[in-house]
Write a protein that binds this ligand. Structure first.
Ligand SMILES: [Mn+2]
Length: 327
């Protein structure tokens, strides 16, 4: 491991704690779940009492990860108390969702994250915006604390690293990511099986939703921006879950000539969730921030209170401005 990050504070906090609550972000993805589960295994080895919390249920596609069944909704914590609350892969307090209520029940709060837009909302903040996946920081942490990276932990970390880097293909992917992936394979992570589950197998309802989504794909700004939109009715027609929409945004970006795309869908509580993507060097984190969201340079998001059509209109206009500036 060549990279070193200032982890001393969080390591001291872990050593001082007996009970630790690990928090994953709303709409959990492979990185927040994989990071939390790998960290859990290390902390258990150190003799800590560990609880896992997430506002939303873990997507079916990640259920094969060891320990995934252990995630609880924060409401089940009743009057539990934790020495340390540790957020993983959570850029701001809003992304904790209802888990934010647990902050007050912890003696000390810390976080490990890799979003450049992080608001440093904990007492101890480890934020490395240059890390392409949070799992990389967790791997360094486990190594530094002398924990065994078992095949199970390696699988969790490999899934986090793979999903946040488009399987080591995004522009953000670093040499460290490749080195660590090699070490995780060495530790026994079953890459071929994990990749088939993550990237190939799809429930029929998800394929039906994708067909509807592609039907709504529109070009804007001379073909350099695309939009895709899905209504709640579209989800209902396909029997689809929110997690079934995760793959869709990529289809908007993968059209030749496209620099930026927006995928907008209605959520169950009548808001509109926006996923924004850009091809480097173009950047969408600023666009996301102007709608109250955040994220990475080429992958960001926001949730807004407006109609689907209005949301798409406004985001496309902001994206067009951004492109004008960079041209
Ligand atoms: Mn992440």
């Amino acid at each position: 491991m060549r990279t070193t990050r200032p982890l001393d504070g969080v390591i001291a906090a872990i050593h001082a704690a007996k009970s630790i609550a690990l928090i994953s972000h709303v709409s959990p993805d492979g990185d927040t779940v994989g990071s939390a589960l790998a960290l859990r295994l290390g902390l258990l080895e150190m003799g800590k009492r560990v609880a896992l919390f997430c506002q939303d249920k873990i997507p079916d596609i990640l259920r094969f990860l060891p320990g995934a069944e252990g995630f609880r909704e924060p409401e089940t914590a009743a009057d539990e108390h934790f020495d340390l609350l540790l957020c993983v892969d959570i850029s701001d307090e809003k992304r904790m969702g209802s888990c934010a209520a647990l902050m007050a029940r912890a003696e000390y709060t810390a976080q490990i994250d890799h979003h450049g837009t992080n608001t440093c909302y904990c007492e101890e903040n480890v934020v490395d915006g240059s890390a392409p996946a949070n799992a990389l920081i967790i791997y360094e942490l486990l190594t530094r604390m002398g924990c065994t990276v078992t095949a199970e932990a390696a699988l969790c970390l490999a899934v986090g690293l793979s999903t946040d880097t488009g399987h080591l293909a995004y522009n953000s992917t670093t040499p460290e990511a490749y080195r660590v992936m090699g070490e995780l394979v060495e530790a026994g992570a079953p890459i071929a099986e994990a990749c088939r589950r993550l990237y190939r197998e799809r429930p029929p309802r998800q394929v039906a939703l994708l067909a509807k989504a592609l039907d709504t794909l529109r070009f804007h700004h001379g073909g350099r921006i695309t939009s895709i939109r899905l209504t709640r009715q579209d989800f209902a027609d396909c029997g689809a879950l929110p997690e079934d929409a995760e793959i869709i945004v990529n289809y908007g970006l993968d059209v030749l000539g496209v620099h930026m795309c927006v995928f907008a869908r209605e959520t169950a509580d009548a808001q509109v969730k926006l996923s924004l993507r850009a091809v480097a060097p173009h950047c969408v984190s600023g666009v996301a921030q102007s709608f109250g969201g955040g994220g990475h340079a080429q992958a960001a998001g926001a949730t807004v209170q407006m109609t689907l059509d209005e949301a798409v209109r406004q985001v496309v206009a902001r994206m067009a401005e951004e492109l004008e500036l960079s041209e």
